[in-house]
Design a protein. Sequence first.
Length: 324
Amino acid sequence: MTGRAAIAATRRAEGVDLDRAAESIHGWRARVTAVGRGPDRGTVSETVLGSSRVIRLVFDAPVALDVRAVDKRPSELFHVGTISSGVRWEGLQVRPDALMLKQGEIGSSFALPAGCELLVARLDRLRIAALARALGGGDSPSVRRGIQAVPHTDAVLAEMRTRLRFLAGNDLVLREQALAAEQELCERVASLLAASPMQLDRPPATRRRALRSALEYARAHDGERISLHDLCAASECSERTLRTAFREHYGTSPTAFLKQLRLQGLRRNLQAAMPYANTVVSLAARWGFWHMGHLAHDYKRTFGEAPSDTLIHRHSDGAVHQNS
């Protein structure tokens, strides 16, 4: 390519609800589900740098984040950085003291505490390997399928997080700027791989598949009354297996997760409804909520307000800004 065409784009969604936050993650089909109490708001910043992407995510409530790549790139490498404890990635505790990597798989799942800052870079593995060979003058480090950790000092990891945070939140409009920033990021990751990555043992593939099937079924039947038995049948596993999978990935049970999906569905309906044409009772019934006292308690504990307040005020979701 020649000239000064814009190949970088920065996208920001600040203080938006969880559905808008998920829609703002470009290149992924993302779903965000609240799994604990707190405002259902989040901030997403993403910058596209040539063939690479840098993403910063912060949510005000504990959430389960599930993403699947729209563009299937088997050579893709994910780097995850965070300074928060309690973050889980595919059932594994994310280590704040290490460079975390995952290669060549289409989807990922995260459990994020409230207020956690998650920094993710989507890079090309083959490019990183070539740079590692050039920088080291020998064989490139092995980045295998699955999740690996490369321990480093606090200073090194803090510098990398600062770099990712800067890239995720800045407009790099000119092609030359974007290419230079992308090259510097890839070279930095390649240099950090000089230390031997440690392969981490994720939960068994059978539980990961069961969880994925259960989530796909639950979301395909959004708004229907779904039982734990339905999820087990859809994922072809026992209740014990499914309970274990949800606990290790999201820190919650399948039934509690289903309730959160229904609460979020009801909240979407309340935000979109006209107060004079709808009632909380009628909308709640669509989502299987019949006991208004229990609903009011669960809803306020999750979202910090009563269902009637959502219906009346219909809070603004914020704005999404894009430059390219």
